[in-house]
Design a protein around this ligand. Structure first.
Ligand SMILES: Cc1cc2nc3c(=O)[nH]c(=O)nc-3n(C[C@H](O)[C@H](O)[C@H](O)COP(=O)(O)OP(=O)(O)OC[C@H]3O[C@@H](n4cnc5c(N)ncnc54)[C@H](O)[C@@H]3O)c2cc1C
Length: 401
């Protein structure tokens, strides 16, 4: 069996490794000219952590991991107003947590691929043609790739989804925030931040900094806005939006680079009734984006990729049954994380001073035994592991059709 995977992000690379292990021939098409260096820190825990362990990549992921001291909220002069220690957060998820930069996670997954998996960069998918016995994916340079299955692992603004299922507006739920990430060099800010993930303790907008292994400072910014449309000039928009914040914010904003070096997007979720159509299937953010508010999109991307490959293997060459099994297993988990993210929005970036105060109190209470589990569940939803697959035979399939 042959698969073409569109997108060499977290979901695409994880799926390429699994399908190859299960005997598929795999080609990955990636629109970027080379592995993307831009990124942000992610907490990697939950179902994807289990999947990574089963894939054998967990030791490498841990090797790239960061030891973050505390998540601290600071006032205009840098004084701590609230905090949550990462050690405590790790205990809340039973120690199964790694803080890792997105490009580092991709590096681990890419390096886990054998040479026989072809990863083509500068290969943007632009067209899909489905036939009863095959699917054809056409890249921008006109190359046609034929396969038994085409996988859209091309992220929240998926082209595969648009071509196979229709316009983004039908499936994208704007959560009312824009977010941005960039890096800069500044020894003074580096010294002020130390080994914390230091965020402003502010309403409606929040700017945070943490220090990378190479001593650069990484910025994470998120602010409320009802308008999903993104500015054509993110540098100017971000400077305007975060103007007036104190402590290290002015230095971070002064160092904000031009558009090409900023990650900048709306905060959104993707909900669509079917994740597959014929020989086309979606994986990762393309079908199940939970948003950064859930803090588990990468984890769910790896989990989804793992389960998709497993279901395809269990149903042998009955692709339809495998795709159905994958969606049945994955969807409830995604729905729960999406709901948890929406429920937590008010706390993530408080809208009012009283909510800000309430968050401080909740984080202080999280130091108490017992309360910490409640705070963890408010932060990340129910504690979840990789859903267990039922062997999906073709006979079962026909009866459930
Ligand atoms: C600021 C921020 C913080 C986050 N924090 C966390 C966290 O703490 N924990 C966590 O688990 N998750 C977190 N996430 C979410 C996580 O980053 C995503 O859920 C995850 O990256 C999704 O992976 P993916 O492979 O599905 O998509 P992506 O990472 O978006 O990869 C898609 C790939 O497809 C390529 N592509 C797109 N279109 C085409 C095309 N037409 N042809 C070819 N290639 C194409 C893209 O170039 C890209 O390489 C965070 C996200 C943000 C923005």
């Amino acid at each position: 069996m042959k698969a073409v995977i569109c997108g060499a992000g977290i979901a695409g690379l994880a799926l390429a490794q699994r399908l190859d292990t299960l005997g598929w021939t795999v080609t990955v098409l990636e629109q970027a000219p080379a592995p993307r260096a831009q990124g942000y820190m992610m907490d990697f825990f939950g179902p994807g952590y289990d999947a990574a362990a089963r894939m054998g990549v967990l030791p490498a992921i841990r090797a790239y991991g960061y030891q973050v001291g505390e998540l601290t909220y600071r006032d205009d002069r840098g004084r701590r107003r609230a905090s949550l220690s990462y050690a405590r957060f790790a205990r809340m998820v039973d120690g199964q947590l790694v803080s890792i930069m997105r490009p580092d996670l991709e590096t681990v997954l890419r390096e886990a691929l054998p040479d026989r998996v072809e990863v083509r960069y500068d290969a943007r998918l632009t067209r899909i043609d489905q036939h009863p016995d095959r699917v054809e994916a056409t890249a921008a340079d006109g190359t046609v790739h034929r396969a038994d299955l085409l996988v859209g692992a091309d992220g929240i603004h998926s082209t595969v989804r648009r071509l196979a299922f229709g316009d983004e507006q039908r499936y994208l739920r704007h959560l009312g925030f824009h977010t941005a990430a960039w890096t800069f060099d500044d020894p003074e800010v580096r010294a002020a931040v130390g080994d914390d993930f230091a965020l402003t303790d502010t309403t409606n907008r929040q700017l945070g900094c943490y220090v990378l292994r190479d001593d650069r400072v990484a910025v994470f910014a998120v602010h409320r806005t009802p308008d999903p449309a993104l500015s054509a000039d993110p540098q100017a928009a971000l400077r305007r939006e975060y103007a007036g914040l104190g402590w290290i914010a002015p230095r971070a904003l002064a160092a904000c680079p031009p558009a090409a070096d900023i990650y900048y997007d709306q905060v959104a979720q993707i909900e669509l009734p079917n994740w597959s159509d014929g020989r086309v299937v979606l994986v990762g953010d393309a079908c199940q984006a939970v948003s950064l508010l859930a803090g588990q999109g990468a984890s769910l991307a790896v989990a989804g990729a793992y389960l998709l490959a497993e279901q395809l293997a269990r149903t042998d060459d009955d692709i339809t049954a495998g795709l159905r099994g994958y969606q049945t297993l994955m969807r409830p988990l995604v729905a729960e994380k999406q709901q948890a993210a929406r429920d937590g929005m008010a706390w993530f970036v408080p809208e009012s001073p009283w909510r800000l105060r309430a968050r401080r109190l909740a984080l202080a209470a999280a130091r108490l035994p017992g309360v910490d589990r409640l705070v963890a569940s408010a932060l990340v939803g129910k504690s979840s592991t990789l859903p267990r697959s039922q062997p999906a035979t073709r006979r079962q399939d026909r009866t459930t059709r």
